[in-house]
Structures are given as C-alpha cells and as structure tokens.
Design a protein around this ligand. Structure first.
Ligand code: GAL
Length: 842
C-alpha cells in the first residue's frame, strides 16, 4: 500500500511537471497558439526596475488585472557590464523572472533589442561598444553586427537551455529584435535597409520556434511582424496580408524627467484607445508600462530622466494597483475576452452610425460581438444599432459581447478608486521625530584633483569618451597665474568665469569655493554659464565638476551625443579688452570622486567623522537606521537635500534631486476627451519633480541598516525622513446607467447569466487582506458631485445612504451593494441617479 501511495505521488508529480511544446504561428487575424487564434492582452514589467521579491506579486496582480502576457526588454548593459563578463544575479536574473511568469500561467514577450531605448542608460547598450575600433552602432557595420549577434544569440541560448520558448513548453511566445528603428532609419542612409534585413535574418536564424516582431518598422522583412507603438494604434495595418495587427507599446502615461511635471493619462482615454484597437481588427495589445517601477542606481537614460519610472502605470512604482486605472482596465479586458470567439472568427464589418460614430461587428453564424464608438471629442450621442438605442458618451466605446447588451463602456467606470499617501513612517526608536536619524557622520569630498590616477591633457575633453560612464563625475581643473596688473584685479578683483558645456550639470569652484552651478534640461542639456568670481594675484585654481545625469537613450546617433565642457572656458575682461581663454591650456582631469574610489557608498572606511554639517557642497553623509515598521512600501522624502545619489546597505536607490523644480505652468485641468499627448495631462507643477525615492523593503534588515548620501550642492540630512505608502480612502461612484459588473456576464453565454435584471453595483475592497472597512466617510445616492476625496451631495439624495453603507460595509474587507432605488429608496423619480461612496480601511 505504502509503495502504491509513493508510486501515485511520483506519477502525479510527473504528470504535473510534464510540459508540452506549443506551436506559435500567426495569420492575418492573430497570433495562433496551438492552432487557435488568440486575442491577447499584454503588459510591460521590466525586471530590473523592481526587486526579485516583488516579481511574483507584480505578475500575480497583472494576471488578476486580466493580462495574458508579460513583456520585458532585455538590458544588455546590465548583463554584460564588461565585454565578455556576464551578470544574471539578483535583479538581473532574467531566467528567474521568466520562470515566475510561467508559474503564474502567463506568456512572455521577450524584447531582446538589444537596443531598447526604454529611458535606460545609453538605450541599453554597454558603453564599451562605443570604444570598439571601427564600430558604428545600429547600422550595417561588421563590428557592431558581430556584437549584437553575439549578445542576442547568448540570450536566446540561455532561454533555450532553460526550455523557456513555447516551442519547448515554456512561456515565451514572441520576441523582438531592434526597437523603433523605423523612426530614425532615414538618418542612416542606405545602410539602414541592409542592417534591418540582416537583423531580421540573424534573429530568424536563431531558431526560437516563435515569431519575431520589429516595432515601428514598416519595412520589417518577412516573416517578422511589424508592430505599432503609440498612444493610439487603431487603424494600423501591418505590411503584409498574412500578418496580424499588433500594438507593442500603448503608453499608459509617460516618463518623468528631473525638472519636469508629473505626467498622467486618464484611464478613460487608455480604455478608449484599447477598445478602438480591438474594434478595428487588432488582436494583441501591450501596455507600456503595466508596472514602471524604479530606475535604481545609475540606470536611467537621459539626460535627466528621473529615478522614479512610475509612468502612471496600472501598478504604481511600489507595485500597488493604481485605482481606478487597474480595475477599469481589468473590466475592459474581461469585456474583450467575452468577445474573443467572435473576434478571432472573422474580420470586422464597419458601418457608420453618423458623424464620428462607428460600429464594428464581428459576426458569424454562431457568434456576434460589436463595438460602438463615439469619437466626437465633445458631444455625447444616442445611436440606433440593430434596432436598439444606445447612449454613447463623447470619446468612448461600448462593447456589446452579444451584439446587444453593453457589457462595458470605456467612459463609465465601475471600478473603485483609491487615494494613497506617503505619510511619516513609524520608526520604533524615533517616536517624536520624523527625521531618519539625528546621528550622522560625514566625509568631505575634496574639491578638485585628489587622485593619483588624475591625468593632464592639453585642451578640453568630451566627457563620455573620457569617463566611459564609469562615474557621473569628471573634474576639469586648472590653475592659472594672475599678474598684478590685470585690469580686473584693480576692479575689486572681480571677473567673470565663462563656461560652455554640452551638459548635463556643472558645479564651478574657484579657489576651493563653490561659485555657482548650471544645469541643462531634458530638451536641451547644453548650457553656457557666467559666474562672477573674485580672483587673487598669483595662483588661482579653477575646478569644474561636470556631471552626466543618465546617458542619451533615443534618437539617431544617440550614442554620439557628447557631454561635458567642450569650451570655451574664459576669464573675461582683460586689459586689452579681450578674454583670457583657458580652453586650450593644459588641464588636469579626474574621473570620479575620491569617495567613490574609497567605497564610501557602502558605509565602510575609517574616514567618517561624526556630525552633519549643513549646506556644504561635496559631502558624504552616513547614518544607521532601523527599518520602518509594518509592511507598507517605503520611500525617503529627500526634502532638505540638494542633488546627489543615495545608497542603502550599499545598494544605490538612485540619483536624488528634490531641488529640481517643475515649471509652474502646464498643469491646467485635463479632460480625457480628445487625443492624448505626453504633455497634455500634468500634475505637480511648481513642485520638485521627485521628492520621494523608493527604498525596497527587501534591501533592509529590521535594524542596523546603513544609509549613505553623496550631496553635491549642499543640504541638511537631518531633515530627510522615511515615509510609507498608506491608503487614505477607498471610493466608488457608479450610476444606474452604468453597465452591470463584469461578474454578471459569462463567456459561454455572453448575455446575462441571471434571468432577473440585476443592477450596476458598487464594490469596495480593502487592498490589504488584514484590513476591514472601518468607516464610511461619505455616501450619497442621488445626484452626488465631485470626485474621490471631495464628494458632495447634489440636489437629490436618499436620506438612508450613509446608514445603509455603514451597515453593509463596516467590519468587512469587501462589500458590494446594488445601485438602485430598490436598495436606497427613490429620492427623485425619473432622474438617473448614482451612488458615491468614500470609505476607509483599518
Ligand atoms: C518608445 C520606446 C520605449 C520607450 C518609450 C517611451 O519610443 O520604444 O522604449 O522609450 O518610447 O517611454
């Protein structure tokens, strides 16, 4: 008997682990997986932008949100920092990430690139590529192609060794080579064409058994599929009849730059764009990003891309669902999936229902789904379709999974919303202080040259060619002898130091004193800076600290965009009326900081002295701390500091720069109606672009943690504080006119499950499993106004709403209530009413 049980267990284990190879092909309608056309919803999660302990949760929340596919780029410079030396550990463990996606039962789209753009340093290319003799990047150039092929083949063979392609029973159903080359290929002349042909055949020759795509590449050679990227991709037609319409980047928001305001994209518009895409024949759509995450270390592209890569994505930087974005898109995915059989069975038939009104119908003898669109940017419309009347809000699409019942409208949000805030964290031993610590030690970074590796050159050098990006920092130092008879010496010793730089940031020191700083911006990193300085007779030192803030990642020849002080550097106002040009003199250079070479970022070394001097440029600070209690995501509020980089237990949480303030204009109210663009909807104008910086919990121990800061311009570390992300409110506002909740519909029977006529419902759920709804802050059934956090009653309201909600919800993690006069009594007969609720969890 015992033997039998053991045998059965073995048999069960064997059956469970057997993986079957899946054939992935395509035709003009869709990707075909195991002989079946599929309608797929995909989302981007870049594995190094979160920590491995977050991955499974992010993937699960993606699955819960209705995704079928997780897309990621592969980041070459992360995996091969030194030519021939590979690194796939920790956050770089691509295989582990792909396997976690497989464990969740989702597919993977592996965008190898290996040029990826992605707001990633140098577009993902390792800097050493640039130094290979004779190399030209992203064109028909032998040295480049050899390296690109080697890395691509390396990744493919790693995936094959782990049996991760669908053709081997793994999750990878799709792969990408290159990235949006079509946007810039004209700059590369005829060699661009041969390069793209080569890239396609190189990729195909790697024999992955799954299709390859090229995005934004109209001439993608067969069998590669050309795909669309953009805020909207309806109407895109691939370059051959037998290829499906695919959308590889639907930007869910936009990236943040230091010096810029925070972009966001309303979910009604995203849902509209997605519904339009599936309406007009698309079958694969990917959210870029579904989780944006964090640009840890010096991984951001640039210049000036911020450390947060939140992207206004459905999962926020810290991995929590951003509501109602996540929930509304989940409802949309369910609605689209209800239509899948019809969508894959046939091409749509499109008919006009009037100006700006369009119906698309997918109909066969056994199934029917329809999409009704109102693309008018202002006016709601009523339309007649198949003998029924439908109300279509402006800039919206209704999905009719049986060609009759509206299961979803992109502008009608049933999902709950949440308000989250970062609040001062409780740190056990600091009950009455918000500061991280009162006990700091510091090391002053020397101004100018301090390293034995410093070297002299005549004239000014370009920065990236000099540092090879080993550090953000490059010192340009010179001493100059000022004779007593120079005119500016008689003039109160005043002169102007004039410096021209390609960017990105410059700190000017004269005789050891910080005399000024200059910063470029994302659009134009170059600048000219004039500072008034006082010299002394005799020897004067000019130390210019030039720094990069993320290397260029986009554009033709982005790899050749230089940085640093290329001149002129002049002292103005000499006796003969001309300027004293220092540019072509002998300069001394130092790559990186002394503290970097001493490993101060880890907190080690005996150089630290106790104290926290304020407003001192070029200072390293260190403190120990206990982890904030609880399990909410942690961020450091850097208010009080200037600009620099921060390390927690030796790991860089990224560059911080709370003093780079967004312009005051540009944040006016933004409507989801009408075409979106990356600067249409902005918030945080006039405020620091980023003051909160993610500290992954997995990097912390309960106590004895070390925080190190390197501050460039001067700050006060005793002001910075830990904050944790906490839920302030749960809200919902659902109208009687909204579609029924998705649970009311089933795929086998796209019409309603239940015979009775159910009503729309409000569903509230505390995100944390240990919390329950603790109070109802607001409830109104009638004509409530406002939005989550500022609801107010309208002219008509049921007197019972608050007490009914309290009774149904308080004490439960989730509650669910019908939006109807039957539930609340009818406060205004004949008026379409809605229920608005704001609650809190504890
Ligand atoms: C695309 C690019 C992505 C990313 C995006 C903007 O052009 O393919 O990698 O850079 O723009 O977030």
């Amino acid at each position: 008997m015992k033997f039998l049980i053991v045998w059965l267990l073995v048999a069960v284990t064997v059956t469970v682990t057997v993986v079957t190879a899946v054939n992935v092909t395509y035709d003009h309608r869709a990707l075909v997986i195991d002989g079946k056309r599929r309608v797929l919803v995909s989302g981007s999660i870049h594995y190094p932008r979160s920590t491995p302990d977050m991955w499974a949760g992010l993937i699960q929340k993606s699955k819960d949100g209705g995704l079928d596919v997780i897309e990621t780029y592969v980041f070459w410079n992360l995996h091969e920092p030194v030519r021939g030396q590979y690194d796939f550990e920790g956050r770089k463990d691509l295989v582990h990430f792909v396997k976690l996606v497989a464990d969740a039962g989702l597919y993977v789209h592996l965008r190898i690139g290996p040029y990826v753009c992605a707001e990633w340093n140098y577009g993902g290319f390792p800097l050493w590529l640039h130094f290979i003799p004779g190399i030209e990047l992203r064109t028909d150039n032998e040295p480049f192609k050899a390296e690109m092929k080697r890395f691509t083949a390396k990744i493919v063979s790693m995936m094959k060794d782990e049996k991760l392609y669908a053709s081997q029973g793994g999750p990878i159903i799709l792969s990408q080579i290159e990235n949006e080359y079509g946007n810039i290929d004209s700059s590369y002349g005829p060699a661009a064409k041969s390069y793209i042909k080569w890239a396609a055949s190189m990729a195909t020759s790697l024999d992955t058994g799954v299709p390859w795509v090229m995005c934004q590449q109209r001439d993608a050679p067969d069998p590669l599929i050309d795909t669309c990227n953009g805020f909207y991709c309806d109407g895109y037609k691939p370059n051959a009849e037998n290829k499906p319409t695919m959308w590889t980047e639907n930007w869910t928001g936009w990236f943040l730059s230091f010096g810029g305001a925070v972009p966001y994209r309303p979910v009604e518009d995203i849902a509209f764009a997605v519904a339009r895409f599936y309406q007009r024949g698309g079958t694969f759509q990917n959210y870029y990003m579904y989780h944006g995450g964090t640009n840890f270390g010096r991984t951001t592209g640039g210049p000036f891309i911020a450390t947060s890569y939140d992207y206004d994505a459905p999962l926020d930087e810290y991995g929590a669902p951003r509501q109602p974005k996540w929930g509304h898109l989940k409802d949309l995915h369910n609605a689209i999936k209800l239509c899948e059989d019809a969508l894959v069975a046939t091409d749509p038939t499109t008919i006009s229902l009037g100006q700006n009104l369009e119906a698309s119908v997918y109909k066969t003898s056994s199934t029917c789904a329809a999409f009704l669109a109102n693309v008018d940017t202002k006016n709601d419309k009523n339309v007649n379709f198949n003998g029924n009347s439908y109300h279509l809000p402006a800039w919206s699409v209704s999905i009719l999974s049986d060609c009759k019942n509206v299961v979803f409208n992109t502008a009608k949000i049933n999902s709950m919303a949440t308000i989250k805030r970062f609040v001062a964290a409780s740190v056990d031993d600091l009950s009455d202080s918000k500061a991280i610590s009162s006990e700091w030690s510091y090391v002053s970074e020397p101004v100018g040259i301090s390293s034995n590796d410093a070297f002299n050159r005549p004239g000014l050098v370009e920065q990236i060619n000099t540092t090879a990006d080993q550090s953000d920092y490059l010192w340009y130092s010179i001493s100059t002898n000022i004779k007593g008879n120079e005119p500016f010496l008689h003039d109160g010793f005043q002169t102007t130091l004039h410096v021209k730089s390609l960017g990105h940031v410059l700190h000017l020191f004269v005789n050891g004193q910080l005399e000024g700083s200059a910063i470029g911006n994302a659009g134009n990193p170059a600048f000219t800076k004039d500072v008034s300085v006082v010299l002394k007779p005799g020897k004067n030192t000019v130390d210019l600290l030039s720094l990069t803030v993320g290397l260029q990642n986009y554009g033709a020849f982005f790899d050749k965009k230089g940085a640093g002080i290329t001149g002129p550097v002049e002292l103005d106002g000499l006796k003969n009326g001309s300027n004293f040009d220092l540019s072509s003199q002998q300069w001394t250079y130092q790559i990186g900081l002394k503290g970097e070479s001493q490993g101060l970022n880890t907190g080690g070394s005996s150089l630290w002295v106790s104290g926290s001097p304020k407003s001192q440029p070029l200072t390293w600070y260190k403190t120990g701390f206990d982890a904030p209690t609880g399990d909410s995501p942690i961020a450091i509020d850097f208010t009080g500091m200037g600009k620099g980089e921060a390390w927690v237990n030796g790991q860089s949480i990224g560059r911080y720069w709370p003093t780079y303030i967004a312009p005051t204009g540009g944040c006016s109210a933004c409507s989801y109606k009408g075409p979106y663009s990356s600067n249409k909807c902005l918030k945080n104008c006039g405020k620091p672009s980023q003051k909160l910086y993610h500290v992954p919990r997995s990097w912390l121990k309960p106590s004895g943690n070390v925080l190190v800061l390197f501050e460039e311009i001067g700050g006060d570390p005793t002001q910075i504080s830990f904050t944790t992300q906490e839920l302030e409110s749960l809200c919902a506002q659902v109208s009687e006119s909204h579609p029924l909740p998705m649970e009311a519909w089933s795929r086998d029977n796209p019409t309603r499950k239940s015979k009775s006529t159910p009503k729309p419902r409000v569903l509230l759920e505390c995100p944390h499993p240990n919390q329950v709804i603790s109070s109802i802050k607001f409830a109104s059934f009638g004509t409530p106004q406002g939005k989550c956090g500022s609801f107010s009653h309208g002219y008509c309201r049921s007197p019972n709403a608050l007490s009914i909600l309290q009774k149904v919800c308080i004490g439960s993690r989730r509650c669910n209530i019908e939006v109807s006069s039957a539930a609340f009594g009818d406060p205004c007969i004949g008026v379409v009413k809605s229920l608005a609720v704001e609650a809190s969890c504890a």
